[in-house]
Design a protein around this ligand. Structure first.
Ligand code: SF4
Ligand code: SF4
Ligand code: FES
Length: 236
């Protein structure tokens, strides 16, 4: 299998992007975009498709098993995980670019710290006795599968890094917390959910089929909105 890996690159934040291509050949049918990036970077000397010397490609990874979300990038125009994208299922040219909703650090690395700060604002942890019941545990386990990759934010028309709407990357952990908390802590989380998730979400579900972890976004969103809406109606 032979692929041309075409990468949108920047040496530093704020630099103008440029395209650089690399030729990658392998007999391994299970090779992924992550495999290609690792093996290209291991070449000495590292030459691009035109035979010119190239700098190592900056990209992030950790688990290489769809568990950490670090390797999220735009692959052929769609956000995806590099470690979960097989080259055998791609065309001859595979185009890679960084996620567009976050500031670019270099090449395929973006700064997703605003997404993590949002989780702090939403207080996605249990401070008091939590609730546990088989009826809610299914939703809790489903929501806990979010790996904070940010792919859903890439396709969301309403999400802007640093804005007041946190998108599905905020909704998923909140769906878990809304199921697990009770009493005053639940009231507080409901307010946060309304402010940072419910009010900004257009409910168009453009994010529905993009999640690499395969979260049931429809179900989690419907359940969380119901918890949020129920409280609003009770206040009237
Ligand atoms: S439903 Fe629409 S507005 Fe809400 S998070 Fe998904 S894409 Fe964004
Ligand atoms: S909901 Fe899915 S796409 Fe969005 S951050 Fe979590 S794992 Fe990634
Ligand atoms: S390296 Fe962890 S999800 Fe790809």
């Amino acid at each position: 299998m032979k692929r041309i890996i075409e990468i949108e690159r920047r040496a530093a934040p704020g630099d103008a992007p440029y395209i650089q291509s690399f030729i990658y050949e392998t007999e391994d049918e299970s090779a992924t975009v992550a495999t290609a990036l690792s093996e290209i970077n291991a070449r000495v000397p590292l030459l691009d498709a035109g035979g010119e010397a190239a700098e190592p490609i900056r990209w992030e990874s950790s688990c290489l098993q769809k568990k950490c979300g670090a390797c999220a990038m735009v692959i052929d125009g769609r956000p995806a995980l590099a470690c979960d994208t097989r080259l055998s299922e791609r065309g001859e040219v595979v185009r890679l670019s960084p996620l567009k909703k976050f500031p670019v650090v270099a090449d395929l690395i973006v700064d997703r710290s605003k997404m993590m700060e949002a989780l702090m604002t939403l207080r996605v942890w249990i401070e008091e006795d939590g609730r546990s019941h088989e009826k809610i545990n299914e939703d809790v386990y489903e929501a806990a599968r979010c790996i904070q990759c940010g792919c859903c934010l890439e396709v969301c028309p309403n999400f802007k890094s640093g804005g007041s709407f946190y998108g599905m990357a905020g909704m998923s952990p909140m769906a878990r917390i809304l199921s697990q908390t009770k009493g005053g802590a639940l009231d507080e989380r409901r307010k946060l959910y309304n402010k940072y998730i419910f009010e900004g979400c257009g409910k168009s579900l453009a994010c529905r089929n993009i999640c690499p972890a395969g979260l049931d976004i429809d179900r989690l969103l419907a359940r969380s909105n119901a918890v949020s809406l129920w409280k609003r109606l009770m206040r009237r």
